[in-house]
Design a protein around this ligand. Structure first.
Ligand code: FEO
Length: 635
């Protein structure tokens, strides 16, 4: 029997206004996924779509209210909280009186029978939603009216013409402002939307597909991306502004500002972009898809460019799931697409996503004609995985370089290098390089040399900026980082349980600074995520590691850093180590073991201090250690 997901509509959902306040911003939206999860302590769970502005504000503020709607709720409440985004509209601008709960968040006093004031105690991340688990700070009953269920809303509140029209497959006209659907062969000149009161200029014809309508607001319901696209395409696809690299080459990438950790271990304070490109010629080529959480936006962008045309080739420059995890969805959308990769591409790709029938294996330097555009493929193994390759388009002279020349940082409006302040992106680029490409710096250098034989007008990576005006700058940076040409400076990283090794780090830093080093960076390894420290280690020539003892070993958090140093092997550094002991010792001894394994260039004898650095001889040793590294750095 075929699964009928309509069964999910029969779950006994209620409908609620979820409100929050972050800073001076109040916002709210409609949700249907609220449930009590424990009674002692009193806790509820609510699931919120990650694209929702309320979601982002709750993440920041950690507080929210749930106002429970009643059967008397008019449609405009849903239009107000569900049909528009708080990113563009202040939904509380016209509030006549403020009703704030104990957490200072507004609740909705009208058309509701109760509210809960909540504080988030835990979050659970799903692909498209975040579930907030919250303790109830206060709860109040406002009226004795019956609670609104999702079913009651569907039957008695939601305008009927919309649902009927979508089911009927008849000619329909949709209001772009609120989603109201008018059914009829012609759209009257004097039509006025009964929901939002906009006129004919806001209506567009909608081709109705045979699928269920989307819920007109964001909820925890697992909606079908396919149906969502069918519902939206006809009036949104035609109006979407395209980002073009050339007349026929389009940027169709997405920004990720939700993910906390890249590869689940590197922090993303500025987000990251997953870039993808579409070449539209006699044949259509889609170059490197995007991360699966952004499937809906991504397919929408692709479709808005193609206007009904199909994708002929899907180029896979790299198998890693931050690019490839939408491959299966692209194949479902375009079943006749031919997947293009090299001899090493398909084994991992099929291991991730199952068999791929229509594939094309290309070799080094092989070409593929799209019409006026010709793709040429060059292997760049280990930048970042063994199958990594780049695609060069001969007509436009654009290199689609995948991970190479990429960087962290979502694209804040500017897609191209000449639209942004490069200094803003440089640290994020170097951190990306040091923690992803740096492990294979020599291969990266070879890749740069290989591309040196091509005439290049643009470099279009799969993360970060598209380079069209500052090619020398980005090539220079990548060459410098690949050759490991470090700058004058000293990175001091310490792990300290009770502050004594931290005090030692301060003395070491004084020694380095007074020896004339102006760039001295001091990090507590328990506070700063390791990818940031690795980025500075890649940048600067001097590296001093300090670890206190933890039983007979070293401070646990330091283990990850020294593992990364030995894994990535930053070269030509001037190292030294120090640390504290109380009863066992072990911090400095363990560091020495790692230094020996990793063949660190130790330029000073290690210093181990018993207790705190309060004796003059200890102070001198630590100071001189910093000074010795500084002098080695200065050469
Ligand atoms: Fe951006 Fe190695 O994937």
């Amino acid at each position: 029997m075929i699964m009928n997901t309509n069964a999910l509509f029969n779950i006994g959902y209620g409908l609620y206004v979820l409100t929050t306040r972050h800073g001076d911003i109040d916002n709210g939206c409609i949700v249907n996924t609220v449930m009590q999860v424990t009674s002692s302590p009193l806790q509820i769970a609510v699931s919120v779509n990650r694209n929702n502005y309320t979601h982002d504000l709750i993440k920041e503020s950690g507080v929210f209210n749930v106002s429970m709607l009643t059967t008397e709720t008019p449609m405009f409440v849903f239009e107000h909280f569900g049909f528009q985004s708080g990113r563009t509209v202040n939904k509380f601008a016209t509030c006549e009186a403020e009703h704030r709960a104990v957490n200072q968040v507004l609740y909705i006093p009208k058309y509701t029978n109760s509210y809960l004031a909540c504080r988030v105690v835990r979050t659970i991340d799903f692909d498209t939603h975040t579930m907030f688990i919250a303790e109830i700070m206060d709860a109040q009953v406002l009226s004795d009216k019956a609670s609104l269920t999702y079913d009651y809303y569907q039957q008695h509140i939601k305008p009927k013409p919309q649902a009927d029209a979508i089911k009927s497959g008849k000619r329909c006209w949709v209001c772009k402002v609120c989603g109201y659907v008018y059914e009829g062969d012609f759209l009257p000149d004097d039509i006025e939307c009964p929901l939002c009161k906009h006129g004919k200029e806001e209506f567009e014809e909608m081709i109705v597909e045979a699928c269920s309508p989307s819920v007109p607001f964001t909820t925890g319901r697992n909606k079908s991306a396919e149906c969502e696209l069918n519902y939206n395409t006809t009036y949104l696809l035609n109006n979407m502004k395209q980002i073009q690299l050339t007349e026929n080459i389009f940027y169709v990438g997405v920004n990720d500002r939700h993910t906390d950790l890249f590869e689940n271990h590197m922090e993303l304070p500025n987000g990251v972009s997953y870039n993808s490109y579409l070449i539209v010629d006699e044949k259509v080529a889609l170059i490197d898809p995007v991360e699966a959480n952004f499937l809906e936006d991504y397919l929408f962008k692709v479709k808005s460019v193609l206007q009904g045309r199909k994708v002929d080739y899907l180029i896979i420059n790299h198998d890693e799931p931050d690019h490839s995890s939408t491959v299966a969805a692209v194949l479902r959308e375009y079943p006749e697409v031919q997947v293009v990769g090299n001899a090493k591409t398909f084994a991992p790709l099929e291991a991730f996503y199952g068999p791929i029938e229509n594939k094309k294996v290309v070799a080094e330097g092989e070409t593929l004609s799209l019409g006026t555009h010709t793709l040429q493929f060059f292997m760049v193994p280990m930048v970042h995985w063994p199958e990594s390759m780049v695609t060069y388009e001969q007509n436009s002279k654009i290199v689609f370089s995948n991970d190479a020349f990429g960087g962290f940082g979502a694209l804040n409006g500017g897609i191209f290098d000449d639209q942004v302040n490069l200094a803003f992106y440089e640290d994020d680029m170097r951190r990306y390089y040091a923690n992803i490409v740096g492990r294979v710096a020599m291969q990266a250098l070879k890749a740069i040399e290989k591309l040196g034989g091509l005439e290049i007008k643009m470099i279009a990576p799969s993360h970060g900026l598209v380079w069209r005006s500052n090619l020398d700058w980005v090539l220079g940076k990548y060459t410098q980082w690949s050759k490991q040409e470090s700058e004058e400076g000293v990175v001091i990283v310490y792990g300290s349980m009770h502050g004594n090794t931290a005090r030692m780090a301060e003395i070491v830093a004084r020694g380095a600074a007074e020896a004339g080093i102006k760039e001295v960076k001091v990090y507590d390894v328990a506070k700063t995520e390791v990818s940031f420290i690795m980025s500075d280690i890649w940048k600067y020539k001097g590296v001093i590691i300090g670890a206190c003892a933890h039983y007979a070993n070293m401070f646990p958090n330091m283990t990850l850093l020294v593992h990364e140093i030995n894994e990535f092997k930053p070269k030509d550094k001037c190292y030294a180590t120090f640390g504290g002991m109380s009863w066992s010792g072990g911090g400095v001894k363990t560091l020495a073991k790692y230094a020996e394994e990793g063949k660190w260039n130790l330029v000073a004898e290690s210093v181990e201090v018993k207790g705190a650095p309060i004796r003059e001889e200890d102070w001198d040793k630590l100071y001189n250690l910093g000074k010795a590294v500084a002098e080695a750095v200065k050469g």
